[in-house]
Design a protein around this ligand. Structure first.
Ligand SMILES: *Cc1c(COP(=O)(O)O)cnc(C)c1O
Length: 388
């Protein structure tokens, strides 16, 4: 089988050719330490500051509000732990949602063990956080509201500006894990109203292991790694210059490509409409307020894992939902939070397409997937009973 279709862009993306080209000189020529005072170091320092300025421009903030990190997980940890540890006296509550990425949920668990109170907001059947519940639980003890911009499994986009307004009206800070949204949704920090925002390079065609945290002016989160004076003394460690330069380049390209979102959405919708014709299938997530490239469909009577393996044999990369939970057999916490019952949460398939996905790729998935669903169902005793 010669065909290869990558439909798991929510897990990671290939590094763009232009990004590799921007990175290479940092490895071969400009390999100096940006903290060194001589010319070789200062070359690197100016590449670093150009990258910071570029990321700031792409997001609508100031360069001094951007901190480079090792990725989304570190940015999530720093933002949340930092904001809680540096909260004003009497503010010891964190409000988040039940459908956050594990980098956020496990951070919240750690804070609970430290004695902080964490409130996990419910979501509706589409995965949208309950704003009425937020308004009713938020109070003068709330230090931080942490709600993701877009969900990595079902693609649902949250009303972040509105949530930030509610947080601020109650004197709390607002953090958003925008790892799935940056480079894929238009984001303007000058109007969005959040205090902290996390992003990760490998979700928009930069390498893995590099990310950033936006920290609005005056927002106190302390330092994350004690060490040298890098990242304005808040995150020690010699900068990962090549990857940072790659991240800035990838973000520039992704932002310039945002108008192509409509084309991605059209391809996704064709895929969605055709796959939903399969009996006993349902769309997970919001019908319209979702990432353009994300499709998540539940197929009853089959295991998502079997579908993934069969698709792989046909050259198609897809996922059951979250790459991080693929080592456990627990159903997705995101689907459970949207009210999908346990037994149905197992049969979900996430297809996440990109600007590189062609109409032929969609055709191939549409030729390949329905027979796989049919054959897997034929092996299911439950399906036999239902058919009769
Ligand atoms: C991928 C992802 C992360 C983790 O980012 P890494 O760079 O892989 O650490 C965090 N949050 C969301 C929503 C993600 O999709």
């Amino acid at each position: 089988m010669a065909r290869f279709v990558y439909a798991d862009n929510a897990a990671t993306t290939p590094v763009a050719k232009e990004v590799v080209e921007a990175m290479l000189p940092c490895l071969t020529e400009h390999w100096g330490n940006p903290s060194s005072l001589y010319g070789k170091g200062q070359e690197a320092a100016s590449l670093l500051s150009a990258a910071r300025a570029s990321v700031a421009k792409s997001l609508g903030c100031k360069p001094e509000e951007i901190y480079f990190t090792s990725g989304g997980s570190e940015s999530d940890n720093w933002a949340i732990k930092g904001a809680m540890h540096h909260a004003k006296k009497g503010r010891n509550t964190l409000i988040t949602s039940k459908i956050e990425h594990h980098a956020v949920l496990r951070t919240c668990e750690t804070l609970e063990k430290e004695g902080y109170r964490v409130i996990y907001l419910d979501v509706d059947e589409y995965g949208v956080v309950d704003l009425r519940q937020l308004r009713s639980v938020i109070d003068e003890t709330t230090a931080l509201v942490a709600v993701m911009y877009a969900n990595n499994e079902i693609g649902t986009i949250q009303p972040i500006a509105e949530i930030a307004e509610i947080a601020h009206a109650n004197g709390a800070l607002m953090f958003t894990d925008a790892v799935q949204a940056v480079g894929h949704e238009p984001i303007d920090l000058s109007t969005l109203g959040v205090d902290l925002l996390a992003l990760s390079g490998h979700k928009f065609n930069a390498p893995k292991g590099v990310g950033a945290l936006y920290v609005g002016r005056g927002v106190k989160i302390g330092s994350y790694i004690d060490g040298g004076g890098q990242e304005r003394r808040r995150r020690g460690g010699t900068e990962n210059l090549a990857s940072i330069v790659g991240l800035a380049k990838a973000l520039e390209l992704a932002v310039a490509r945002l108008p192509e979102r409509d084309m991605i959405r059209q391809k996704r919708d064709r895929l969605m409409n055709e796959l939903l014709k399969i009996p006993y299938s349902r769309l997970n997530g919001h019908p319209t307020e979702r990432l353009a490239g994300n499709l998540n469909i539940g197929f009853e009577f089959i295991e998502g894992e079997s579908m993934i393996l069969w698709l792989d044999m046909a050259g198609i990369c897809a996922s059951t939902g979250s790459a991080c939970s693929s080592d456990s057999l627990d159903p997705s916490h995101v689907l459970l939070a949207t009210g999908v019952p346990h037994e149905k949460a197992h049969g979900s398939l996430r297809l996440s397409i990109s600007h590189e996905t062609t109409d032929e790729d969609i055709d191939y998935i549409l030729e390949t997937l329905p027979p796989i669903v049919e054959r897997l169902r034929e092996m299911s005793p439950l399906y036999e009973t239902v058919k009769k």
